[in-house]
Design a protein around this ligand. Structure first.
Ligand code: BES
Ligand code: MN
Ligand code: ZN
Length: 484
């Protein structure tokens, strides 16, 4: 499905369905094209239906509007005070859910937050169908009405931006939802290579190249699996020369069994999602030529299974990362930080002004913040503020956790420099993860997003995000990169 701007004239010359968005206490959210008489007639009809315009409330009626007899859907927004773009994204998602199987075309008459409306429609239209042939949706196209000719250009732009964002988010969702055996590290590398372009180069490092580079921490984790690991490095260089350079780094554990420190069955069920960080990096590069950020962007991800094979790394083993730091492994299930250690070393070697890593790193962040809020940590207040602002614009929430200096003591090794888990069990698990990662960024400005709770949900997480992969935090990353 796509969402485009529709000139009022075109609408007047056909009989397609109409949708209006309505505040509980302030009427229509911009329906200038309707005359006062039309508005009163519609209001009277909606009143008859008992429509109160509460959040998620939808009513339908028939009425002669804008030259034709039409089916009209009214979508509730709740109270005007406190309404945000997210209110509209969710309302649009609810609208799509209500009509997808029933109607062929819909034109939305709403002048507020068009990008959020288009995103809500596009993201709600998503279904994961790689393994089953679902019923085809009737809804073939949706549009937002340009109620006066002057609004057309802005509306076109909003729809285009929403299309870029939604295509990235849905790309990430597809990858994260895919069965673990069907997304081998090599298949992710092959996918990355398809994203090459005029401004994008892609380098795939196999096991041997990673060994040459000294990535002993990453390769330690990979030892348990028959499937070879890959480290992927993508670079976007804008056409106009720039000195700005940033790196995004993703955890790509294509299935996390825990390794020899095997997870119990229930904890393993959703561990195909453990490559959501890598999927986010790939998703950004999928649309980066459309986004056209003004900075050079490095996208790096480390991909491997974490399995208990005959040659698997063992509790007690000592691994050496690319920066020479030695790590004592006490728990093979704390593998994300081990693969990121080398990916972050590679990122910091590019001398970026900012590194952002994305990782489904700890179960502790799920307990602390749940499925709606991701953890954010880092060593640079400016970068953290930038990311939180981008998250606000994208309506993805982040909560900062402090990188408490005193806790560093808890990851000092006995026979090596670092431990991969804390000596003090059951305390500050997400912060410990962040403190460990910080050892590999060489003092560069860096932020760590712990997306273990937000990237994948077992229930529907919004009207526009079905259960399973959410595609978070892709929209935040796009907002951040777009504003650099
Ligand atoms: N991939 C998991 C974290 C995770 C948990 C992601 C829930 C998504 C949902 C990670 O590799 C892990 O196993 N972390 C351990 C760390 C512990 C051994 C220090 C955890 O959180 O239990
Ligand atoms: Mn793990
Ligand atoms: Zn993991």
């Amino acid at each position: 499905m796509n969402v485009t701007a529709l000139p009022l004239k075109t609408l007047e010359s056909d009989h397609r369905d109409l949708a209006v968005f309505v505040y509980e206490d302030a009427g229509f959210a911009g329906a200038k094209a309707l005359s006062n008489a039309a508005k009163s007639a519609l209001n009277a009809k909606l009143k008859e239906e008992g429509f109160k315009a509460g959040v998620k409330e939808i009513a339908r009626t028939d009425l002669n509007l804008l030259g034709r007899h039409r089916r009209v859907f009214a979508v509730g927004l709740g109270k005007k005070k406190g309404a945000t773009p997210e209110t509209f994204r969710r309302a649009a998602g609810a609208l799509l859910g209500a009509i997808r199987s029933k109607r062929e075309k819909i034109a939305v008459l709403c002048s507020e937050h068009p990008q959020a409306v288009a995103e809500g429609l596009l993201l709600a239209a998503y279904r994961y169908e790689e393994y089953k042939k679902g019923d085809a949706d009737k809804l073939a196209s949706a549009s937002i009405v340009a109620q006066n000719p002057a609004s057309r250009a802005a509306l076109d732009k909003a729809c285009a931006k929403a299309a870029t964002y939604a295509s990235a988010v849905c790309f990430a969702r597809d990858l994260v939802n895919r069965a673990p055996s069907d997304k081998t590290p090599q298949s992710l590398a092959t996918l990355a290579l398809t994203l090459k372009g005029a401004e994008v180069t892609v380098t795939v490092m196999d096991k041997a190249s990673c060994a040459t580079l000294g990535m002993g921490s990453f390769l330690g984790v990979a030892r348990g699996s028959q499937e070879p690991p890959v480290m992927v490095h993508m670079v976007y260089k804008p056409k106009a020369a720039t000195k700005k350079r940033v790196a995004i780094v993703g955890k790509g554990v294509t299935f996390d069994s825990g390794g020899l420190s095997l997870k119990p069955p229930q904890s393993m069920e959703e561990m195909k999602c453990d490559m959501a960080g890598a999927a986010s990096v790939l998703a950004v590069f999928k649309v980066i030529a459309e986004l056209k950020p003004k900075a050079e962007v490095h996208g790096i991800f480390a991909a491997t299974y974490n399995m208990p094979g005959p040659d698997a790394y063992k509790p007690g083993d000592v691994l050496t990362a690319m920066n020479g730091k030695t790590i004592e492994v006490w728990n093979t299930d704390a593998e994300g930080r081990l693969i990121l250690a080398d990916a972050l070393c590679l990122a910091s070697k590019q001398e970026p002004q900012a590194i952002v890593d994305l990782a489904t790193l700890t179960g502790a962040v799920v307990i602390a913040l749940g499925s709606k809020v991701a953890g954010i940590m880092g060593n640079d207040a400016r970068l953290l503020a930038q990311l939180r602002a981008a998250g606000k614009r994208a309506d993805e929430a982040f909560c900062e956790l402090p990188l408490v200096e005193d806790y560093k003591e808890n990851i000092k090794g006995n026979i090596a420099e670092l431990l991969n888990i804390s000596k003090v069990r059951g305390e500050a698990g997400s912060i410990i993860g962040g403190l460990f990662l910080q050892e590999f960024v060489d003092g560069k400005p860096w932020a760590h997003l712990d997306i273990a709770g937000t990237a994948f949900t077992s229930g529907e997480s919004a009207t526009y995000a079905p259960k399973g992969a959410t595609g978070s935090p892709v929209r935040t990353l796009l907002e951040w990169l777009g504003a650099l």
